[in-house]
Design a protein around this ligand. Structure first.
Ligand code: R5P
Length: 280
């Protein structure tokens, strides 16, 4: 197997090469003065299974992915697996108003045009998977979270009921309790946020989410947890976008950790093992 790492996913591609004991292929990517990309594969991919890894955020990385797919298909390969660790445009899976782009469909249909298979991690809205006609492997970072949290927490929380599957996945591996935060609206202006059923006072908690974008969701949740008297908080997300002052909102957390689906200084855990296990 040969691995191509796009410029948004060099760290994950290198880790995949290590875990899979596969070759990380030498490539050249540069931009012309007007911003247009140039991609070239310097190794030989003939007769190989190829893993192309490139997160689709922000937009220039999507175009770069298309260039790599085109370059890969210049070889007589066995098959191409395109890994979009973070699938950007995973939010809008339908038109809510007439005339709207269904952006998840637009990106999905183009990605699958020039690949045999797709792999992605914790897509924001799993409904989007239905837009792929080719086989898609959808993974969760929950086992990677559990490896990091082993022995460090008493409770794994979800910021809302909708993300309980992820919190359950982590707590099942760790053998800890799990719960979610719920919003209780008292009147038009007063909303209380509290854990649904567990008393978290004095506990070491982890709160897990698929995305930290502006930090608003976990900022509010962790503020509330502090008020409930937790001993410590570790916040983990699969995709750390950390837009603007997101980190400032997470001041109550002892640690803020993301995976390498979106690479940043917070990418302290890797989903390479999960991807490697899934593709065999
Ligand atoms: C919501 O459905 C998601 O799971 C995340 O909680 C959300 O996208 C996080 O965004 P932000 O950091 O901007 O609150």
């Amino acid at each position: 197997m040969k691995i191509i790492g796009g410029s948004a996913s060099g760290m994950l591609a290198a880790e995949l090469a290590r875990v899979l004991n596969a070759d990380l292929v030498e490539t050249e990517f540069r931009r012309f003065p007007d911003g247009e990309g140039y991609a070239r594969i310097l190794g030989d991919l003939n007769d190989e299974q190829v893993l192309l890894v490139q997160t689709t955020l922000p937009d220039p990385n999507i175009v770069e992915l298309f260039l790599w797919q085109d370059a890969v298909n210049d070889f007589d390969i066995e098959n191409l697996i395109t890994v979009t660790p973070y699938f950007g445009y995973g939010r809008q899976d339908k038109a809510f108003e007439s005339g709207e782009a269904v952006s998840a469909r637009a990106i999905a249909e183009r990605i699958e045009l020039f690949t045999d298979e797709v792999v992605m991690v914790d897509i924001h809205n799993p409904q989007v998977l239905e837009y792929f006609g080719k086989p898609v492997t959808h993974l969760t970072a929950a086992p990677a979270f559990a490896r990091h949290l082993d022995g460090k927490v008493d409770i794994v929380l979800s910021p809302d009921e909708g993300r309980m599957e992820m919190a359950n996945g982590v707590s099942e591996i760790l053998g800890t309790d799990t719960d979610y935060l719920e919003k209780i609206r008292h009147d038009a202006t007063t909303v209380e946020i509290k854990t649904k059923s567990l008393d978290v006072a004095g506990k070491r908690v982890a709160i897990v989410d698929d995305i930290i974008s502006t930090g608003g969701t976990l900022g509010l949740a962790t503020k509330q947890l502090k008020e409930e008297g937790v001993e410590s908080i570790i916040a983990l997300c699969t995709h750390g976008l950390f837009i603007g002052d997101a980190m400032d909102k997470l001041y109550n957390c002892a640690e803020v950790i993301s995976t390498d689906t979106v690479e940043s200084e917070h990418s302290k855990i890797s989903v390479a093992q999960e991807i490697a296990d899934a593709i065999g």
